[in-house]
Design a protein around this ligand. Structure first.
Ligand code: SF4
Length: 352
């Protein structure tokens, strides 16, 4: 094994910090022994905190309408080919009922930035879910909102909020988004969410067009400042109806190494092995868990809308019923020697 690689991993594990050069070395230096050493170090840290438990989140993709036009996203408002849908409140509540019967303790309500779902509608939905499932957590993933809106959602009972920052570098941000959107605003949203009291998740895609290793290092610096409770990362996968249709897919290998580095930097963070990782590699999610991730997000959305919530091409798990997805995910977790937790799976700082 490469001595320098080993020393950097050891130092990262001991100090929970990494320099720009060390980071580039861990991402780019090849060698099977090297990568295994990194993955094993991350696995050990995850095991100390989470004891081989994997948390499952029931994902409910409730609207694919979005007012934004991010260049990488299949449900961007400029995509006239997207077959738009909204789930009704009754449909969403019945997804949660089914989810709790299947053993889920967290529901993630995810959607585009859809003005149809006013704050009142979101708050009413959150209150109804919490009343029907008091032992479950509700995570929202519905984009940029005002401080006041976030506060209302929190007061209605929402526990967590996911908002990928996409890239911490302004110039890179402007190459992925139209002029109407700003990376600074997105970062401010995350700070606001944290101040209000949510368990907060940020994140990026690996291998987006124009992304450099330095950009990803800037993401790490931003995460060190924000101290998120969750970090969502997955490889960039192009969608055929977006301006990035011909761009190459992000690397699974870099994604896995980054997962491990994040685990070593943030031992307690909730780190999903994402669906995008499972799309880019048939056993990508298992590899993610073995690289230090500790969360999976099976789909609870009704099958009739699954193939309409396509942020990228080739997305897996669009045909299976919730029960099948649940069973499949549990089998995958057990197959690699882990087990699914039967708790809410909060960030350790939020566990009483
Ligand atoms: S990435 Fe999010 S905000 Fe951007 S177009 Fe897609 S759903 Fe909308």
């Amino acid at each position: 094994m490469d001595n320098e690689f080993k020393n950097i991993v050891d130092s990262l594990k001991a100090t929970k910090s990494i320099t720009r050069d060390q980071f580039a070395y861990l991402l780019e230096k090849d060698g099977e022994d090297n990568r295994e050493y990194l993955f094993e170090a991350a696995r050990e840290v995850a095991e100390q905190v989470f004891h081989k438990e994997v948390y499952l989140r029931g994902l409910i993709e409730f609207t694919n309408y979005c007012r934004n036009n991010c260049y990488y996203c299949g449900i961007r408002c400029g995509n006239a080919n997207a077959d738009r849908y909204r789930l009704t409140e009754v449909e969403i509540l019945s997804c949660c009922d089914r989810g709790e019967k299947l053993g889920f303790k967290t529901f993630v309500l995810q959607g585009g930035e859809d003005p149809f779902y006013t704050d009142e509608k979101i708050c009413s939905l959150v209150r109804k879910i919490k009343a029907a499932h008091p032992s479950c957590a509700v995570t929202l993933s519905i984009g940029e909102k005002s401080y006041d809106s976030y506060r209302k959602y929190f007061e209605a009972g929402a526990d967590r909020y996911l908002l990928r920052h996409e890239t911490a570098n302004e110039e890179h941000y402007s190459k992925l988004h139209p002029e109407s959107m700003s990376g600074a605003l997105r970062k401010q949203c995350l700070r606001n969410l944290k101040e209000i009291g949510f368990q907060v998740g940020c994140g990026i895609m690996v291998g987006t067009p124009f992304q450099t290793t330095d950009n990803i290092y800037e993401d790490i610096l931003f995460m060190q400042e924000l101290q998120p409770h969750m970090i969502g990362i997955g490889p960039f996968i192009p969608h055929k109806d977006t301006p990035f249709r011909d761009e190459p897919e992000g690397s699974v290998e870099i994604t896995l190494r980054l997962l491990s580095i994040l685990r070593l930097l943030f031992p307690k963070v909730l780190l999903p092995a994402t669906t995008a990782l499972g799309t880019a590699d048939a056993i990508g999610r298992e590899k993610g868990i073995l690289a230090g991730a500790n969360v999976m997000m099976p789909n609870l959305s009704p099958v009739k809308v699954r193939d309409k919530y396509l942020l990228y091409d080739g997305k897996i798990c669009t045909g299976e019923e919730a029960a099948e997805c649940n069973q499949c995910m549990r089998r995958r977790v057990e197959h690699i020697g882990f087990h699914v937790a039967d708790t809410r799976g909060d960030h350790p700082d939020f566990v009483n």
